[in-house]
Design a protein around this ligand. Structure first.
Ligand SMILES: [Fe+2]
Length: 250
């Protein structure tokens, strides 16, 4: 385990005790993936589905983060690093800047398949990590972490948090004349995904200005999300956001 480059995040790094997962937990993972995949084959961005194969996720067994990282690292330099739970912002940004995705190792139980108040391994690995195999997305996410790690102004961080929320967590993309999902909150939540696909959520073309002006609401299904035309758009938006930050006009 590489810990020497991390300071703020170091206390949160753990090992994944893969052998400790029970048959029931593997079965819950299999059920979650089995429920989500038929919808995602229709509605997920091509890059997400490619990433799922690239990182070698299995449908019937919980992911071993060491194996996931071994397949991901040569491709984009990212890895999936086990952490003990929710990270304070400086630790989270420090890890993103180092291309290490903080990944929880616990799994929701069968009686809360649809919703968990905090991210679990299904949200983190099934939802997030496949996109880290995409080079442009991978570069964007590192840059996001690097910029945020250097900011202490909470108002600026809140604005940048909106950019993260409406891309990494709840992003959609125009593909083949349709809206496809790539944000982990859509990928890992049937209800959120169907809210979008059922037409219950307005989808505006992504602009940095509107994203930065749209507060995040966590207590209801989304009424407005944003679709990029390509992942280059979020890469460019992050550079734009960095420039605005440097000039004090975010
Ligand atoms: Fe997330």
């Amino acid at each position: 385990m590489i810990t020497e480059t991390l300071s703020a995040a170091a206390p949160y790094l753990i090992q994944q005790d893969y052998a400790a997962y029970t048959d029931e937990q593997h079965a819950v993972w299999a059920e979650l993936v089995g429920r989500a995949m038929p919808e995602l084959q229709k509605h997920a961005a091509r890059e997400y589905l490619e990433g799922f194969e690239i990182i070698g996720l299995q449908r019937s067994r919980l992911p071993n983060l060491r194996s996931v990282s071994a397949r991901l690292a040569p491709r984009t330099g990212w890895n999936s690093s086990p952490v003990s739970g929710f990270l304070p912002a400086p630790a989270f940004f420090e890890m993103l800047a180092a291309r290490r995705f903080p990944t929880t190792t616990w799994l929701r139980t069968r009686d809360s398949l649809e919703y968990t108040p905090e991210p679990d391994i299904f949200h983190d690995v099934f939802g997030h990590v496949p996109m880290h195999a995409h080079k442009v997305f991978a570069d964007f996410l590192e840059h996001y972490g690097r910029v945020c790690a250097g900011i202490s102004d909470s108002g600026v961080l809140e604005k940048l948090g909106r950019l993260f929320w409406y891309t990494v967590e709840f992003g959609t993309i125009h593909q083949n004349g349709e809206i496809k999902v790539y944000g982990s909150g859509l990928i890992s939540s049937h209800g959120e995904c169907m809210n979008v696909m059922g037409g219950h959520c307005a989808i505006h073309d992504f602009t940095l200005d509107e994203v930065l002006a749209t507060p995040v609401k966590v207590d209801e299904l989304h009424k407005l999300l944003f679709a990029v035309s390509s992942f280059d758009q979020i890469y460019d938006a992050m550079h734009d956001a960095e420039q605005r930050t440097l000039e004090g006009r975010l």
